[in-house]
Design a protein around this ligand. Structure first.
Ligand code: BMA
Length: 311
């Protein structure tokens, strides 16, 4: 089978051995360009299972250096402290103007909520709000307003097979207009347990590129793979293409073995001017990796299988 994505031959690009502070696993990083650099906001899990965010910087997108201290640790001040007592996880970073907005999972005895933080320089990070109740696991912000409103995909943990929803906001804090837009597609075993947004959507001429994850239950736990869909530019509720096959599945040792085996999970991808894309992804909830592909090929794969029919 010809892979649509090519794994970097020197994966993993970051392991816990590269992290200067206490870190048992480093994975599911948000990814953006900042100035001339590539920046990864890393999920770093400590010995107690609580995650914080570290920062890694690179000039070429492959060789990263991790900053000596975490840049965000679970909050100690209200209202965030109660929501983050078990850690902060899976940051997704979206640039709008000169601000980088970060949606992250705040984990506590209540469950998961989506927190919003922001930075302009990756030095000072400011928490803005808790933007959902429980139980929301993933949220990705579009890089521009659509129809005058901010837009996001989100994944409430509801129903027998949780899917992707959309919501809208005028201030990034209060969100409404929620509706489901994509469910696990009937008959596709690789994603029939649940799906969720992965990387923040990427604008292309033919629509918004949505790289999402799909989960399949097995006797040995869940297997996480990546899939791809394309959404209408003006009305991203409309899924105009959705590939039936997955685009990345656990295969290499660093994806099969780790804290949680059989997982590839993305929180961020970087589009390049030459039409290629770098998809950053956690392997087995243990290490950070990157694979590359062509944006056109991904869009084509989604459009070739036709519009979504899952709802
Ligand atoms: C999801 C999230 C991710 C994790 C994945 C596999 O539900 O918790 O952070 O990578 O499970 O364990």
């Amino acid at each position: 089978m010809n892979d649509i994505l090519t794994r970097y031959e020197r994966n993993p690009i970051i392991t816990s051995a590269d992290v200067p502070f206490e870190c048992h696993a480093v994975y599911n990083a948000g990814a953006v360009r900042y100035g001339g650099d590539y920046v990864l906001l890393l999920r770093c899990m400590g010995a107690d299972g609580r995650s914080s965010f570290g920062l890694a910087v690179s000039q070429d997108g492959y060789n990263f250096e991790v900053r000596p201290e975490p840049v965000m640790v679970p909050a100690e001040e209200a209202p965030f402290a109660a929501a983050e007592e078990r850690g902060i996880e899976d940051p997704r970073v979206t640039r709008i103007g000169d601000t980088y907005h970060i949606f992250y999972s705040a984990f506590s005895r209540r469950g998961f909520q989506i927190g919003l933080a922001r930075t302009r320089d990756f030095v000072q990070f400011e928490r803005v709000a808790l933007t959902t109740a429980v139980d929301y696991r993933n949220s990705v912000l579009f890089p521009e307003k659509i129809g005058g409103r901010y837009v996001r995909f989100e994944r409430p943990n509801c129903g027998p097979a949780p899917g992707i929803w959309i919501s809208y906001s005028s201030d990034l804090i209060h969100w409404g207009g929620q509706e489901p837009i994509m469910a696990p597609r009937g008959g596709l075993v690789w994603e029939d347990m649940k799906i969720g947004p992965g990387a923040p959507p990427i604008r292309t001429e033919r629509g918004w590129l949505n790289i999402y994850h799909g989960v399949m239950p097995t006797m040995n736990g869940c297997v996480y793979r990546l899939g791809v869909a394309v959404h209408d530019l003006e009305d991203p509720r409309r899924v105009i293409g959705r590939a039936r096959g997955f685009i990345l599945a656990p295969r290499e040792p660093y994806e099969l073995l780790g804290y949680v085996p059989n997982v590839v999970f993305t929180c961020g991808a970087v589009p390049e001017e030459d039409g290629s894309i770098k998809i950053y992804y956690g392997g087995a909830d243990q290490c950070m990796n990157v694979c590359t592909g062509s944006i056109d090929d991904l869009v084509e794969a989604a459009l070739a299988d036709g519009p979504d029919d899952s709802l």
